[in-house]
Design a protein around this ligand. Sequence first.
Ligand code: PLP
Length: 406
Amino acid sequence: MNTALIREQFPILHQEINGHPLVYLDNAATSQKPLAVIEAIKHYYEFDNSNVHRGVHTLGSRATDAYEGAREKVARFLNAKRREIIFTRGTTTALNLVASSYGRANCKEGDEIVITQMEHHSNLIPWQQVAKATGATLKYIPLQEDGSVDLADVEKTVTENTKIVAIAHVSNVLGVVNPVKEIAAIAHRKGAVIVVDGAQSTPHMKVDVQDIDADFYAFSGHKMCAPTGIGALYGKKALLENMEPIEFGGEMIDDVGLYESTWKELPWKFEGGTPIIAGAVGLGAAIDFLESIGLDAIAQHESRLSNYALKRLREVDGLKIYGPAERHVGLVTFNLDDVHPHDVATVLDSKGVAIRAGHHCCQPLMRWLKASATARASFYLYNTEEDIDALVSALIQTKEYFGDAT
Ligand code: PLP
């Protein structure tokens, strides 16, 4: 993988921030966009823009082809079938769709929904809401000391009463890759379905929903080079077919009467209203771009980078790193002495280094880590060892600055 050539594809990276070359290490929040994606969206608006599925004119069919073509690419990307891919605004909307439709219809008092304490709020609050609405019990798989999940604990927590197991494929704070295939097998053996939050996996590794045997799999385009506002939910056809839509209106109907209506077939019954057409086009272009480099090559690059980052960060006196010692996904979460992570991020920004600080939408996990907030550096295919060196040197300067100030 030629990182220098890849970087040329990302115009935003070539600028100075506060007098320093930009070092963008906030990729777990959102990734930057390559020219191929920017151009695809521009081309769509310059030549093909129209509404989909209804226009008989040329632009209408071009827009429909572009939108449905993007669905085909997402299906191939996840090794799914076209009808099993529902376009959503992102992971949050996809998980809320499963919770509001499948969750509410399939849970009742005495049933269990099993999640973990490492979940992003998007894969936690929707299940709290389902539990409240249905009387089901929300249960947590305990975490190991380093934040990972032990399969023996999954066996114990998931019971014959469990209806849904919902878990992140990759934690956005700890960087752990959860054994979702093995967890899916346990869930299925006990009669539950598994919902996988793929927000932090699809950008960084090859995902095969059939190999995992996931019942539902959610992801966001904007973390994998696509624009904001587009993502998708994969669901097994047999499950989706028996689910009710949660948004009603145009585009999703078959026949509308005064008192009763019927829905279109999959996947359109879940896509009420004018969809995010340009976003889907951008997502299709992002998938082409990532596949042209190769998901395996990207995963290897990030694994090398994060291990280099872990090694270099350990050289910074007073730096506490959270999560397991080895990573395959490129992110490192840390705190520097007693300096508030917002202050760390502010000083780093003055040196051109962009990282994230806060609770990362994981307040229950922050409590488990006994930290009110943390700093997080996250990497992507365009990051280099020089970026990590810049991070480390900015952290050393931050430490000197606050050391002197106290
Ligand atoms: N799940 C995880 C693990 C995430 O990291 C994120 C975003 O940071 C989400 C869910 C929510 O994604 P979105 O805000 O794109 O819906």
